[in-house]
Design a protein around this ligand. Structure first.
Ligand code: IPM
Ligand code: MN
Length: 356
């Protein structure tokens, strides 16, 4: 079988620390399963910008183009103007048309204490997936600043852009036997959302067995902490998805817990934790690698159709969270682990599992 090519973008801040742990997991899979991969680093982000004057140099783009999937850490440096380093990630999303941003938010049994909500709000558990449109909306980058007086960004929704991500969300819900799909918009004000809602209803007619629910973004922001256990598949536009995914991730106790996949189905896709570069804790060995390791789970499932390996990774993460924790989700009852120790704990379990 041909080896899958994985581009590795470590990035800035805690990016390299968490990616090293994700890489550990990929290397165990490489050694102990029949999924074979080769790895190639593609530097990008703020520190690269400082050296080359570009946050995504041509050389890295060439490596990415030849790969099957990307494992991405985080980018952004506090001493660069905001947005400069971030251009790298936005460029990759646009260039490779990674139109789905898949963001599962799952509270594991062994980590229920991490959730900041009272038990009654956790109900029978939190297990939702945000399907965020990833190339349009306010991220279409139409607009600019005029004489430091006027600034504009055009919110762009196209029928094609809405249809493809909404279809993806319905298929996602169907495959997982979700009874309900929730669409989040601002249709009481925005024309973009009115088109979105119309297309959601049109496509929804083809899925009679799935209940459809519409929420306005403001109301959904309170719903997600009030009855998070009722959410299953949630589909929404780019900026709304960006905002609610950070809110939802904190239901797991830390942004460090949540993974994501920037997906173009059947083509090159990119997997990354949803947290940023976190320069305040970089270099201290305390960052939580779970979001990155769960992004590796998404990679093997979504890019390489290996649900089996994904399940193995997930089981190991769940067990590890019951034994030790990084600082951000610490518990009095469990030992505190460094980034590397948490990675090793999960990797060790996976090795045992795959050797069986
Ligand atoms: C995310 C991030 C990015 C976004 C930034 C880094 C450009 O916040 O992946 O959620 O806004 O999409
Ligand atoms: Mn974000």
């Amino acid at each position: 079988m041909e080896k899958k090519k994985i581009a590795i973008i470590k990035g800035d801040g805690v990016g390299p620390e968490v990616v090293n742990e994700g890489l550990k997991i990929l290397k165990i899979i490489n050694e102990y399963s029949d999924l074979k991969m080769e790895f190639c680093e593609a530097p990008a982000g703020g520190s690269v910008y400082k050296t080359y004057g570009e946050s995504l140099p041509e050389k890295s783009l060439n490596i990415i183009e030849k790969s099957d999937a990307i494992l991405f850490g985080a980018i952004g440096l506090p001493d660069l103007p905001t947005g400069v380093a971030e251009l790298a990630i936005l460029k990759i999303r646009q260039e490779f048309d990674l139109y789905v941003n898949l963001r599962p938010i799952k509270l594991y049994e062994t980590a229920i204490d991490c959730c900041p909500l009272k038990d009654e709000y956790i109900g029978d558990g939190i297990d939702m997936t945000i399907v965020r449109e990833n190339t349009e909306g306010l991220y279409a980058k139409i607009g600019g600043i005029l004489r430091d007086e006027i600034a504009s960004n055009i919110m762009l929704y196209t029928r094609k852009g809405c249809e493809r991500v909404i279809k993806y969300a319905f298929e996602y819900a169907k495959k997982r036997n979700h009874k309900k799909i929730t669409s989040v918009d601002k249709a009481n004000v925005l024309a973009c959302s009115q088109l979105w809602r119309k297309i959601f209803e049109e496509i929804g007619m083809k899925y009679p067995n799935i209940d459809k629910e519409n929420f306005l973004i403001d109301a959904f922001c309170q719903w997600i902490i009030r009855k998070p256990y009722t959410c299953q598949t949630v589909v929404t536009g780019n900026l709304f998805g960006d905002i609610i995914s950070d809110e939802a991730a904190y239901l797991l106790g830390s942004l460090g817990m949540a993974p994501s996949g920037n997906i173009n189905p059947g083509k090159l896709s990119m997997y990354e934790p949803i947290h940023g570069a976190a320069p305040d804790i970089a270099g201290q060995g305390i960052a939580n690698p779970v979001g990155t390791i769960l992004s590796v789970k998404l990679m093997v499932e979504e890019s390489f159709q290996r649900k089996d390996l994904g399940k193995d990774i997930e089981n190991c993460v769940e067990q590890a969270l019951g034994e030790g924790r990084t600082m951000d989700i610490k518990s009095d009852k469990l030992k505190i682990l460094s980034t590397i120790d948490m990675g090793n704990l999960i990797a060790g379990k996976l090795k045992e599992q795959l050797k069986k």
